[in-house]
Design a protein around this ligand. Sequence first.
Ligand code: FE2
Length: 417
Amino acid sequence: MYDLLLRNGRLLYSDGTIAGVDVAIQQGAIVAIAPQLAEPAKTELDLQKQLISPPFVESHIHLDSALTVGEPRWNQSGTLFEGIEIWRDRKQNLSLEDVKSRAIETLKQQAMRGVLFVRSHADVSETSLTALQALLEVREAVREWITVQVVAFPQDGIYGGSQNDHLIEKAMEMGADAVGGIPHYELTREDGVKSVHRIFELAQKYDRLIDIHCDEIDDDQSRFLEVVAACALHTGMGSRVTASHTTAFGSYNNAYAFKLLSFLRRTELNFIANPLINITLQGRTDTYPKRRGVTRVKELWQQGTNVSFGHDCVQDPWYSLGTGNMLDVASMGLHVCQMTGKAEIDACYNMVTWNGARTLNVSDRYGIEVGKPANLIVLDAKDRYDAIRSRATVSYVIAQGKLLAQTDAPRAIWHGE
Ligand code: FE2
């Protein structure tokens, strides 16, 4: 007897094909997928032809700052740099309980909307490493229902403070999953380059992934992506390395950008764009025409480079809005990147699912296949396009074989003629 049987669903594959199936789950794993399964189950759900998809992947968020909007003050200029200043004040009074309770609340919001894999950055620029310790504890506390990766993120730069280099190495010793960086916010170009080399050195020493906040600025002279690409080529680490944001890529001249694209094809680097945040943070010093401030998602996708979309912030000093809904992220991404062709819209769905899993290096345990852990969601949608267009309700969230969350679709009643 199965533990859980999902009847009458429509299973979505990454190439967009859809098959009518039942899915059987036992001891946390998918044990059978077939048009009709006869064996009984302890619990059965009739999906009424709703769409079965692998869960959403949140490949870039800052859980340590989530839900702090307005503390101690609102970001009036709306810039990245005022956000960093506000956070510098707010993080003076972080406690383990403060970070943990906000992080878990945010993860619950995300999971109810179908997110079961999350990569969070933890600021490691304060000497107590409270944010990192808290998120490492959260990672363990929630592991029965959501997978969290923690990136040691030196918000103020590895060389922006005398302690910071020591702190990021300590974060590796404490068990961060990935080493991060912010080369464009180091004090000089030379420090920025040095920081990228240091990040690769730490990742190799401790055998960790890399995820760098890279060129998150409108400055067309911010060119640390080429340094990351060179290090990825020299070390052969490309598929384990992620360049987040890379918004300056949208401002580079085309001659340079096309050369860079050809280098990137050789690296296997992963890219993360954060369209909700970057459409609001970037371009703030422009008058008109005003830049979109998002990296070249379409061109990267067209050449086969792995790109995923992240939410980045939920109600914090950089972004006061957000609910953790990855369909909002995909929708903003396709608008800002002008990916409105049918294949392009479908690709944006993959950027919050399969591509994110590849970025996180969890593809081996992600996806709906017999033998894999039973992590899946059921959407009140016909297909990928319909899911994004309608911001489909996530009817069921199944995490490691158990029903984690359930949402009823809103029902509008027409009283007119
Ligand atoms: Fe970020």
